[in-house]
Design a protein around this ligand. Sequence first.
Ligand code: FAD
Ligand code: NAI
Length: 466
Amino acid sequence: MAEAAYDVVIIGAGPGGYNAAIRAGQLGLKAAIVEKGPTLGGTCLNVGCMPTKALLHSSELFEQANNEFAHIGIEVKPKLNLGQMHKSKDDSVEALTKGIEFLMKKNKVTVVTGYGKIAGTGKVEVEAADGTKTVLETKNIMIATGSEPTPLPGVAFEDGKIIDSSGALFLPKVPKHMVVIGAGVIGLELGSVWRRLGAEVTVVEYLDKVGAGMDAEVATAFQRGLTKQGLKFKMSTKVTGAKTSKDGVELTVEPAAGGAAETIKGDVVLVAIGRRPFTAGLGLETVGVTPDARGFIANDHFKVADGVWVIGDVTHGPMLAHKAEEDAVAAIELMVGKAGHVDYTLVPSVIYTSPEVAWVGKTEEALKAEGVNYKKGKFPFAANSRAKINHETEGFVKVLADAATDKVLGVHIFGPQAGELIGEACMTMAFGGASEDIARTCHPHPTRSEAVRQAAMGVEGWTMQA
Ligand code: FAD
Ligand code: NAI
């Protein structure tokens, strides 16, 4: 039998795929990566993490210039140049996707542009845009095809009117009234962006809590904060239909528990009710693989069949870029006989609103449901000197630890730079650390990180500053 040309062919060049390619290159594997899109980087770099963070950053500065600068003695009259804001975002995205091209070259990874389809064990057929087909022979196939927005029945996507997150990244003008369906991560991040830029924003959510599974105490404070900023919420409500006209969209909604229907009119509707795995035309049947009922490809230590592996959004676990990256490194290391492992219970979540929300580990509700005896320490940013000086006093840190062993079980932060602060909680928990470990570790003053330490001190019963 002829020697396979590649050790691994990766299908999809998002954070899962490109990190797998880099690790494969580092470990001396001959790797190719197949991408159907015009640029590398997948959802995250092109229409996900990075462009949303660019718009969140710019719109937050706009809001600060409008509402906060005068208070600290800076008088300006900001004027929105949306075209330039989009250009700045697009330039950053381009620089990042070019960076991935550079990393592929540096790690000697062959980039193949086209639609990848598994054509039996050890074969990936790639169809280029002009219809040309090439077959890549490989010892291993790595599926990293990611996810796509979940559509809402009865609310069909329509350009510029009923849009998904990608549409909301490129709106050419600020909507008068944006209706967001889904108070999860996308709805709250992109809803915040357009509200800051001048839109009235109404969020319709099926559940009675925002934040798709976050700790309930945090969710309540978070929703209160967003409401103060001007977001409107219609909770415990389901959308049953949509009608579009030249003036916009009319949604029919009713209480989730049943009841009288009403209508909500908006010029733009953003559907953000979750994402689903993307496996269209992948040829899974040629290697005897069937996705589960929800479309995910199940795996056993990232393996799905002989010589076939899967990572990232298309398989189980949180649908996050850093989880895809962890999967990638672990799967490639297992492929070469090393001991790759990912602990999904320690994957942090961050919502990049202002203030941010970040958490890792168990919520209080989960601990109660599991009957775990836990201690709780809570510290408000209103008592943190750096937050006070910077006028960022909204929110708190909550540390949950095992009542008997003091092992940290969960950390929940609603407050300034929560996403940066959660790292030390991840590290502590990865080492199986105790709350006292955080409480007895010297933290720099004056920083927001002292609030994390003070919350951990609270678990021990000796908070110093509140
Ligand atoms: P993807 O990034 O989706 O990449 C899959 C790639 O495979 C795509 O480029 C696709 O074109 C390609 N592909 C698919 N099928 C084929 C095929 N048959 N042949 C060739 N190519 C194929 N996560 C975070 O951690 N932090 C954030 O701040 C964050 N913000 C987000 C904001 C938005 C608006 C969205 C939508 C998502 C966000 N995410 C964020 C989630 C994050 O983008 C995903 O979890 C991450 O991109 C998953 O990586 P992946 O490699 O599994 O898949
Ligand atoms: P999500 O799962 O975060 O939130 C979806 C929300 O929609 C939930 O609150 C859910 O209850 C609600 N919902 C579902 N069906 C509904 C219906 N019919 N009517 C009204 N509400 C309904 O999903 P989202 O926001 O679409 O994000 C998708 C994925 O992208 C997430 O898994 C997230 O991890 C990832 N992402 C991550 C970001 C980050 O890390 N900062 C930013 C953006 C996305």
